[in-house]
Design a protein. Structure first.
Length: 371
């Protein structure tokens, strides 16, 4: 029978992700709106977004954070165009976005001494192939496959190359080993449910050293520029953004950071996301028609949770449409390049009670579609 109780919030999209519980536009500080981002007020708000990010993520001494254009994609492109070329490059990919970085390295930057190690959807590549003398590019969490790295033990402490990590669906939801990461990127609209268009670029000391000692052979667009006269443009990491940011989006991000602080900081956000995953794991254990796309529990994402069903592609589409039309779950179809299935966001901005309410509807929709 059709369930009676619906999720209070049916937004389970994997990006842009749902807003924090209790979110209200009216709660945002609007003093900076209509002001120059280079005014003392504007720069102070931008700098606060940076310093609060550093504090809440507990970044090591010497790590720098900058707000850059183009969301996570812009931040990753900026890192690759500015840093790569000095050494051979190894790309580790197991879903569409990671594969995209490999394509950029090979076909856009045209680096001859580069290789991509791949894993199929639901699996990880062979990290034993990582060469500590090469630059390494990888995603911490594959948003389109629901597969995360189990740990960063495969990264050498004695590496001479840089590690560049796309961490957009992991930051604020998973414990990252920052000692293993020289460059990380993320965006506001993922784990914190912020607005799109702005990327976050995190540079460790080794990345800063590379920027100040190496000049790429290709022209670097102004919007990607991180150095001037061979020195890091330090203002970028103090709130002097390269281009004009949306101050409304900045205030929205500050609101999300304040919420993380209020619930208990990073540990609480990680725990909430992991508890959400457990709700779905229990459901999978009780039903033989649904399973995680990830092959093992250790690599199963606790943010973008991907499922395969005992159903054909058309039946899966019917399930997604049914749940949407009932206003029970929006935007939960698998990514277009992934195997047919469902993808349910489980980051900390999702309430456990909404996931619990969703589960009977998943069963109902499956039965309707496969009857």
């Amino acid at each position: 029978m059709k369930p009676n109780t619906k999720p209070a919030n049916p937004n389970f999209s994997s990006g842009p992700c749902t807003k924090r519980p209790g979110y209200s536009l009216a709660a945002l500080n609007t003093d900076s709106l209509g002001r120059s981002h280079r005014s003392s007020l504007g720069k102070a708000r931008l700098e606060k977004a940076i310093t609060e990010t550093i504090r809440l993520l507990n970044l090591p001494e010497g790590y720098k954070v900058g707000i850059v254009p183009g969301s996570d994609t812009g931040a990753m492109e900026m890192a690759m165009w500015s840093l790569l070329g000095e050494r051979p490059v190894d790309v580790f990919a197991w879903e569409s976005f990671g594969s995209g970085w490999g394509t950029d390295v090979a076909k856009q930057l045209k680096l001859a001494d580069a290789q991509t190690f791949t894993g199929g959807y639901g699996e990880l590549p062979d990290f034993s192939k990582a060469n500590p003398d090469h630059d390494t590019i990888f995603t911490w969490n594959g948003t389109t496959s629901g597969v995360k790295v189990e740990n960063a033990d495969w990264i050498s402490d004695d590496r001479t190359g840089l590690t560049i990590c796309d961490a957009t669906s992991a930051v604020f939801a998973m414990e990252l080993d920052w000692s293993k990461i020289d460059v990380a990127t993320f965006s506001w609209q993922k784990v914190l449910g912020g607005e799109g268009g702005h990327g976050m670029l995190i540079l460790g000391p080794r990345a800063v050293e590379r920027l100040e000692s190496y000049t790429p052979a290709w022209p670097v667009p102004k919007v990607f520029g991180l150095t001037k006269g061979g020195k890091l443009i330090d203002g970028i990491f103090k709130g002097a953004t390269i281009n004009t940011p949306s101050m409304l989006c900045v205030e929205d991000y500050l609101d999300a950071l304040n919420w993380v602080d209020e619930i208990g900081g990073l540990p609480a956000a990680v725990a909430k996301s992991e508890a959400n995953l457990q709700v779905l794991a229990d459901f999978v254990a009780e039903n033989d028609w649904i399973d995680f796309l990830a092959k093992t529990p250790a690599i199963t994402s606790n943010t973008s949770v991907c499922f395969v069903l005992k159903a054909d592609e058309d039946q899966v589409k019917t399930i997604v449409k049914l749940l949407d039309s009932e206003e029970v779950a929006f935007d939960i179809g698998a990514y277009r390049d992934a195997p047919a299935g469902l993808r349910i966001w489980c980051g900390a901005t999702v309430e456990k009670s909404d996931l619990v309410a969703l589960l009977p509807w998943l069963t109902w929709a499956y039965q309707q579609a496969t009857a």
